[in-house]
Ligand binder design. Structure first.
Ligand code: ATP
Ligand code: GLN
Length: 144
């Protein structure tokens, strides 16, 4: 049974029913992050291989000079998770707990309001489409 902690939800702007938590993380931390998310009932996740630069890439760039060479980009994984508003903070906390090393290059998380969710198979929209069978909501509110 998952431990669901009471979360205080900050006032995200603009307000929405669903948000996309988009995390750019170190590739070798992804297995840890996804197992932890799975354990808390997160079933819908999209990942892609990406390249980018932040402070970590910038460091390389100073050594390389002012030209943007392809090799200054660092390989990262982008993880996108659409959840309902009251799940956002717990997902962020879990990602940080599993992905953080404390070194430059740990990544960044963006929170993006989502206007609607549509399940292609059924045409369901909104809450019905966002909800995953056996997911967090089902785990935290077992049927009588
Ligand atoms: P169905 O019941 O029809 O299978 P589903 O909600 O389980 O619908 P899928 O069709 O299995 O969704 O999902 C297709 C892909 O969409 C997944 O592989 C994943 O990449 C992405 N996805 C689904 N839900 C989410 C979500 N909440 N956040 C991020 N990505 C998601
Ligand atoms: N909010 C969904 C649920 O509780 C989970 C969403 C997700 O797995 N990304 O079922």
């Amino acid at each position: 049974c998952p431990v669901i902690r009471a979360q205080t939800t900050p006032e995200y702007t603009p307000d929405a029913q669903f948000y996309k938590v988009e995390a750019i993380l170190r590739p070798w931390r992804i297995p840890q992050v996804s197992s932890a998310l799975l354990r808390m009932g997160i079933r819908g996740v999209t990942v892609s291989d990406v390249k980018g630069f932040g402070s970590q890439g910038g460091l390389k760039e100073r050594h390389a000079g002012s030209e943007f060479a392809e090799d200054m980009f660092v390989c990262k994984v982008k993880m996108e998770i659409v959840v309902s508003k009251d799940q956002v903070e717990a997902v962020i906390e879990k990602i940080i707990a599993q992905a953080r090393t404390g070194e430059i290059g740990d990544g960044k998380i963006f929170v993006i309001p989502v206007t609607d969710v549509i399940r292609v198979r059924t045409g369901e929209r909104g809450e019905k489409a966002e909800r995953m069978t056996g997911g967090w909501f089902d785990m935290s509110s077992p049927k009588a």
